[in-house]
Design a protein around this ligand. Structure first.
Ligand code: ADP
Length: 396
């Protein structure tokens, strides 16, 4: 079945996108101007950028300027300008001094993409009264469109790099701050726990209440600190896994034991189902437990009642650990945001929970370090199912 002009355009745009990723913008433009000169027998060919565009790409490109570009680039109607004679060129405010004796006709095509003119291609002819044919114009328009896409993608890439650099800088600063916090925080927690044990004297009811509040808040801060430091280590590619043979039933039971108390408090039942053929897997036991505990405690945290089930199955690719809850569920648009750092979905239920917004992103990163992944299926009001996939691997 033949394709529509729009479908062909989309394919051409995709090819340009792929190409611009592998070459620099200036070499792409150099090729464009060289081919245009050859194909259309041009005296010269320039690619000009509008002022906004050249500011956005920090003037890192040195296209020949000088032409009354500002004037030409004010192509508000975004239509090509075809100036067939020297007087028409001059009427556009372009001076034809002795260095431009050969200029007889000029075509200026705006580089339009996303409703914006990013610049223009200037095609300079030494033929008098150049007549442009329909087919030539259509080809030139197509090329101009590809150049505009190339600029657009280049700017997107620059913006992305700038954001990544900024994120790295933020990560470095926060990393230092959290490191500095960890020791005093541990000291505060240790002392508060001692007070709570009442070894050095009994406390009255109010004092017990306050000390327990210090412990709860301290533990929350410490878990935020530890999660952040773990994540930062992974981001800096400094995290190492210690892979070993892990008994699946043992690690699942140990993970469940950690969250049992909070499940009891909410009267949520914890169910463990392990397929008979699942015996042991190769993983970093500490990290695997960290992921499972995080998923289980989220299941409990975000459920009012019902159950949280940890199920482990195995197929020819690896192991699948799924944690299913009967909780509040997550809407499709929020599912996209969950794996971003500090993503806490704003809802009234969430505000009641103590969270760090780092657990899931950390868990997914740890899963990926194992060569696996963490995925989610959820329906608002019905519950969520997070699945950790661990591929088969060799022990270290
Ligand atoms: P937090 O420490 O805030 O729980 P996470 O990264 O573990 O951080 O989770 C991020 C957000 O994802 C939570 O704040 C919550 O909104 C949502 N979430 C995580 N697990 C569940 C779940 N089982 N059910 C519903 N929402 C969840």
């Amino acid at each position: 079945m033949s394709k529509s002009p729009r479908q062909y355009q989309i394919i051409t745009n995709k090819i340009t996108a792929a190409m611009i990723k592998s070459v620099s913008l200036d070499s792409f433009f150099e090729s464009v101007t060289t081919y245009l000169k050859e194909t259309f027998n041009l005296f010269d060919c320039w690619i000009l950028l509008s002022e906004t565009t050249s500011n956005q790409i920090n003037n890192s490109f040195n296209f020949p300027g000088g032409l009354a570009t500002a004037r030409l680039l004010e192509l508000e109607n975004q239509e090509p300008k075809l100036l067939a004679t020297r007087s028409e060129i001059e009427s556009m405010g372009i001076p034809l001094d002795t260095s431009r004796d050969s200029w007889q006709s000029l075509a200026v095509l705006p580089l339009v993409y996303n409703n914006r003119a990013w610049g223009a291609i200037a095609l300079i002819y030494s033929d008098e009264q150049k007549q442009w044919q329909e087919i030539e114009l259509s080809c030139l328009n197509n090329i101009a469109n590809q150049c505009a896409i190339a600029i657009y993608l280049h700017i997107l890439e620059l913006e992305k790099t700038a954001t990544e650099n900024l994120n790295q800088e933020i990560f470095r600063n926060l990393d230092y701050t959290f490191h500095e916090c960890r020791q005093p925080l541990s000291a505060i927690l240790g002392l508060a726990r001692m007070l709570n044990e009442q070894i050095y004297g009994t406390l009255n009811q109010k004092q017990i209440e306050y000390v327990q509040a210090i412990i709860t808040s301290g533990e929350h801060l410490l878990s935020l600190t530890n999660n952040f430091l773990d994540l930062s280590k992974i981001e800096a590619h400094k995290e190492e896994l210690f892979l070993e043979r892990v008994l699946v039933a043992e690690i699942c039971q140990a993970s469940i034991a950690i969250v049992q108390e909070s499940a009891n408090q909410k009267q949520i039942s914890l169910i463990l189902e392990i397929e008979p053929e699942v015996n042991f897997c190769i993983a970093d036991p500490l990290r695997l437990k960290q992921i499972l505990v995080n998923l289980l405690s989220n299941g409990i945290k975000y459920s009012e009642q019902g159950s949280v089930t940890l199920r482990v199955t195995k197929d020819n690719q690896g192991f699948w650990f799924s944690v299913t809850d009967t909780g509040i569920g997550i809407s499709p648009e929020n599912q996209q945001k969950l794996f971003e750092p500090f993503a806490q979905i704003p809802n009234s239920y969430n505000r009641k929970q103590k969270g760090t917004g780092l657990g899931l992103v950390l868990s997914r990163n740890l899963a990926r370090l194992h060569g696996g992944d963490l995925t989610l299926k959820s329906e608002v009001g019905k519950g969520s199912c997070f699945t950790l996939y661990l591929p088969f691997q060799q022990s270290g």
